[in-house]
Design a protein around this ligand. Structure first.
Ligand code: SF4
Length: 465
């Protein structure tokens, strides 16, 4: 971490207005909208076969459970709304078969250091089936004793006892979806859950030994206002999670059908949203939370904050993580794997996913193979998103190149941000300055070769700030 990136965040409204257009979130580079059919089951299968020779290298697993009993109107996730709880049973069977298809290629027993359950609602699956899923995972993979094993929990679907059952399965990190504690906002987004419910789960998680408890909030939701949101922030801080993700609601009803239930007249103004974000930053900082990057805050004692201080913060499809998770094998409908030189995405449609699995195929429908230039730019973007800095000598040593010359186009593209005092470029590298930190996605975009090739330029992305 550079000295500039340790300074507190500065919010400069004029700068954000000027450079905060739409852009990718860079959970991957190249971004998923560059995927196409050239990466298919065969291509991904070859990458898995090559993984067999790299058994000792770090491996992560992602498991996607797509079902939700009730749909939140703001939702932009890959999910399936259903009241039919029995839908999880054939899905569990498909996940097991997918694991077998994967490990037929990689070999069984590779050591997993990161596991993440996402959705949808992972806890849609009952404990008994989650237990069976874990049994299958242990038949196919080894799990490191010191690994990070996390799950996203919808507080409406679990009680304190279930939290303890999740811990008994071996999970040790937990993320709770909250968004806002105000009942009026909760009604406007169709997600009703009480403060007491959430606090009881945080306490149960802490008592049963979960570490790094995260709470997700969203600002910019219908019926929110700076005063009510301040109360949500106060309650969140009082519950003392280790991490807080504060997402900006992106209203894109043409892309995300549930958002059509939200009346635009109920959305807060840009000015109100800016006040909510500023209030959140100052309250979090006063309570000992550090801004990690983008929309993530971690208490100064949390492992992510420590990882950032020690320069080992990483970013993957699930956001920030404290170690390089290496290859990621993703299971389930719509899940995206990153193995060797390919990203590969499973079928996004449940029937299609089931059909491919039944035919004994890896359920891949699209992806991208990275070339040398992609790896260099991916390293540069990762470093900027995690450390707010990029050192030429480190990138030179890692990739065996003269990165300053190689990335001349990106430096030229950064000129307006340099001139505006958001970024510094010199002979040692690039630093995102405190007033440019909320624009780190715009900084990353300067490195994105594919973005420059894209005809539509930014349509479909959320706003940067
Ligand atoms: S926000 Fe989460 S719980 Fe709500 S519909 Fe989306 S995936 Fe389901």
């Amino acid at each position: 971490m550079s000295a500039a990136s340790r300074e507190p965040l500065v919010i400069d409204a004029e700068l954000l207005e000027r450079f905060g257009g739409r852009g990718p979130r860079y959970t991957s580079y190249p971004t998923a909208d560059r995927f196409d059919e050239r990466v298919d089951a065969d291509r991904y299968g070859r990458a898995l076969l090559e993984r067999a020779d790299r058994r000792g290298e770090s491996l992560g697993l992602y498991v996607h459970i797509p079902f939700c009993r009730v749909i939140c109107y703001y939702c932009a996730c890959n999910k399936i709304g259903t009241k039919h709880v029995e839908q999880s049973t054939p899905y569990l069977e498909a996940l097991r078969r997918e694991m077998t298809l994967v490990t037929d290629r990689t070999g069984r027993g590779q050591t997993v250091r990161h596991l993440h359950f996402g959705g949808g609602t992972p806890t849609f699956m009952p404990d008994a089936e989650l237990g069976q899923l874990f049994d299958s995972m242990r038949e196919h993979f080894e799990f490191a004793d010191d690994g990070e094993y996390s799950i996203e929990v919808d507080p409406r679907t679990v009680g304190p006892q279930r939290i303890r059952a999740l811990r008994d399965l071996g999970l040790n990190r937990i993320s709770l979806g909250v968004q806002d504690f105000d009942p009026t906002v909760q009604a406007a987004v169709n997600r009703i859950q009480s403060y007491e419910q959430t606090v009881a789960l945080i306490e149960a998680a802490r008592d049963s030994g979960f570490r790094s408890i995260n709470v997700d909030l969203i600002y910019g939701l219908p019926k929110q206002n700076p005063e009510s949101f301040r109360e949500t922030l106060r309650k969140t801080i009082a519950a003392a999670p280790d991490r807080i993700a504060l997402y900006h609601y992106a209203h894109l009803p043409t892309l995300f059908k549930p958002q059509r239930r939200i009346s635009e007249a109920d959305l807060p103004s840009s000015e109100a949203k800016a006040r909510m974000f500023e209030t959140a930053v100052s309250m979090f900082e006063a309570a000992g939370y550090l801004h990690l990057g983008l929309d993530h805050f971690a208490h100064e004692n949390d492992e992510l904050a420590i990882a950032q201080r020690e320069g080992r913060l990483h970013r993957n499809f699930q956001g920030y993580c404290s170690h390089d998770s290496g290859d990621l094998i993703a299971l389930g409908v719509s899940a995206i794997s990153s193995v060797g030189d390919v990203y590969a995405q499973n079928d996004k449609v449940l029937d299609g996913y089931y059909r491919r699995i039944e035919r004994g195929e890896l359920p891949i429908v699209r992806g991208i193979a990275l070339d040398e230039d992609d790896f260099i730019r991916r390293d540069a973007i990762q470093s900027l998103m995690c450390d707010f800095s990029l050192r030429w000598d480190a990138l030179d040593a890692r990739r065996g190149i003269d990165s300053r010359t190689r990335l001349a186009d990106a430096q030229a593209a950064l000129a307006p941000l340099v001139e505006a005092g958001a970024v510094r470029v010199d002979e040692s590298g690039i630093d995102v300055l405190p007033r440019g930190r909320l624009l780190v996605r715009a900084v990353a975009m300067a490195f994105d070769r594919h973005l420059a090739e894209r005809a539509a330029g930014g349509v479909g992305y959320s706003r940067i700030a």
